[in-house]
Design a protein around this ligand. Structure first.
Ligand code: SAH
Ligand code: SF4
Length: 346
C-alpha cells in the first residue's frame, strides 16, 4: 500500500472507484492545496475520511521535535515504517522560510567530517517520505509560507535521483514551489549532475567541494576518487553552459586543512571560470571527526582572500548547532546513541 504522499493520482482514482469523480480532486486539494490532515478535509464524507486515513497511512512518525535560535530553527527526528530514522530542519529567516530535507536514511558517501556519513547508509527514501517532511515543516511554519527547500539534510540526493525527482515535481506541481526556490546539493555525483542538466525543471545546484586538489578532497570526500576534480569541473561547466543557471559551491572551512591561502587559490581557479558562487561555512562539530572548524577570524580571512581573487563568496550563518541541526550534524538520534556506546566519545 502506498503511503499518503506516495500515492499517485492514478492510484487514488483506483482507490476511489465507486465514488463520484470530483472526490479525487477534493482529496488531492485537501492533501496538497490545504496541507490538511485527511480527517479534517471537511468536504469529504466522514466515512471516506476514515477509510483514507487507514488506507493511505502516513510514513513519518515524530520521535523528537526541538527548537533553537529563539524558535527560528526547528529540527525533527522521524521514524519510518521500517524503523529507519531521518531528520528534517526548518529555518525561518526575515525574507524566506527554508526546509532542509533528507533524501536518504543515512548516506553511503562516507565524507569523514559529516555525521550522516559517519553513521553509514540505511536506505533510499521514497518520494512520499521526502514530500511528507515538507508537509510537516510547512504546517509548522504557518502562518508563514514555507518558501524554499534545500536538499541538504541526510543523504546524497543524486544517489536517489528518480525518487528525488518525483518529490521535486510534487513540490513544484502540487505544492506551488517555484524551481528556483529548490536547491539540490551534491557531493559531486557526475551522472546525477548530467541528469540535472537535462532535467525538465530548472532547480538550483550546489556542489559540496571543500577542497580543490584531488589529494585533500579524496581524504575528506572519498567519492572524489571515483569522480575526480577534472571530471567534476567538466560536468559543472556543461551544467552552467547548458542551463545558464548559476552554480553554487559549498566549502566547510576546516582548521589548517582547507582554510589556507593555497586552498583559496585552488578554489578560485576552480570556480572562477564557472562564475560559481561560494558559500563558506565553518565546519560544524561531529562526533567522529576531531579536526576543528576554522576560527571566525580564519573564516573572514579566507573570504577576504577569495574576494581579492575575484570570487563571489559569502559566509553562511550556521543554524541549530546546539540541537545538532546544523549542516552535516544530522545523524538520527538512535544511530548516535549506538556511536556513543561503541566509541565512548561525544
Ligand atoms: N549529500 C549532499 C547533501 C547533504 S550534506 C552533499 O554532500 O552535498 C549538506 C551539506 O552539509 C554539504 O555541503 C556537506 O558537505 C555539508 N556538511 C557535511 N558535514 C558538515 C559539517 N560537519 N560541517 C559543515 N558542513 C557539513
Ligand atoms: Fe553524504 Fe553529503 Fe554527508 Fe557526504 S556530506 S556523507 S555526501 S550527506
Amino acid at each position: 500500500m502506498p503511503t499518503r504522499y506516495d500515492v499517485t493520482k492514478e492510484e487514488l482514482t483506483e482507490l476511489l472507484s465507486g465514488e463520484p469523480r470530483y472526490r479525487i480532486d477534493q482529496v488531492w486539494h485537501g492533501l496538497y492545496g490545504d496541507l490538511s490532515e485527511v480527517h479534517s478535509v471537511t468536504t469529504l464524507p466522514r466515512a471516506l475520511r476514515a477509510r483514507l486515513d487507514e488506507q493511505l497511512p502516513l510514513a513519518l512518525q515524530e520521535v523528537t521535535k526541538r527548537l533553537a535560535d529563539d524558535g527560528e530553527t526547528t529540527k525533527w527526528v522521524f521514524r519510518l515504517a521500517d524503523g529507519a530514522n531521518v531528520e528534517t530542519v526548518l529555518m525561518a529567516y526575515d525574507d524566506r522560510v527554508t526546509a532542509c530535507l533528507s533524501s536518504q536514511a543515512g548516506c553511503a558517501m562516507g565524507c569523514t567530517f559529516c555525521a550522516t556519513g559517519q553513521a553509514g547508509f540505511t536506505r533510499n527514501l521514497t518520494a512520499g517520505e521526502i514530500v511528507e517532511q515538507f508537509i510537516v515543516a510547512a504546517r509548522a511554519a504557518l502562518p508563514r509560507r514555507l518558501s524554499n527547500v534545500v536538499f541538504m539534510g541526510m543523504g546524497e540526493p543524486l544517489a536517489n535521483f528518480d525518487r528525488l525527482w518525483t518529490a521535486i515535481h510534487r513540490l513544484h506541481d502540487d505544492l506551488g514551489l517555484s524551481a528556483r526556490r529548490l536547491t539540490v546539493s551534491t557531493v559531486g555525483i557526475i551522472p546525477g549532475i548530467k541528469k540535472l542538466t537535462a532535467a525538465d525543471l530548472p532547480v538550483n545546484l550546489a556542489v559540496s567541494l571543500h577542497a580543490a586538489n584531488d589529494a585533500t578532497r579524496t581524504s575528506l570526500v572519498p567519492m572524489n576518487a571515483r569522480y575526480p576534480l577534472a571530471d567534476l569541473f567538466s560536468a559543472c561547466e556543461e551544467y552552467v553552459e547548458t542551463t545558464g543557471r548559476r552554480l553554487s559551491v559549498e566549502w566547510a572551512l576546516i582548521d589548517g586543512v582547507n582554510d589556507t591561502e593555497q586552498a583559496a587559490r585552488e578554489l578560485a581557479a576552480f570556480v572562477r571560470p564557472l562564475r560559481a558562487h561560494v558559500n563558506l561555512i565553518p565546519l560544524n562539530p561531529t562526533p567522529g571527526y576531531l579536526v576543528r572548524g576554522s576560527s571566525a577570524q580564519a573564516v573572514r580571512d579566507f573570504a577576504a582572500d577569495l574576494i581579492e581573487l575575484g570570487v563571489n563568496a559569502t559566509v553562511r550563518r550556521t543554524r541549530g548547532v546546539d540541537i545538532d541541526a546544523a549542516c552535516g550534524q544530522l545523524a538520527a538520534e538512535a544511530v548516535r546513541a549506538t556511536l556513543r556506546t561503541s566509541s565512548g566519545t561525544i
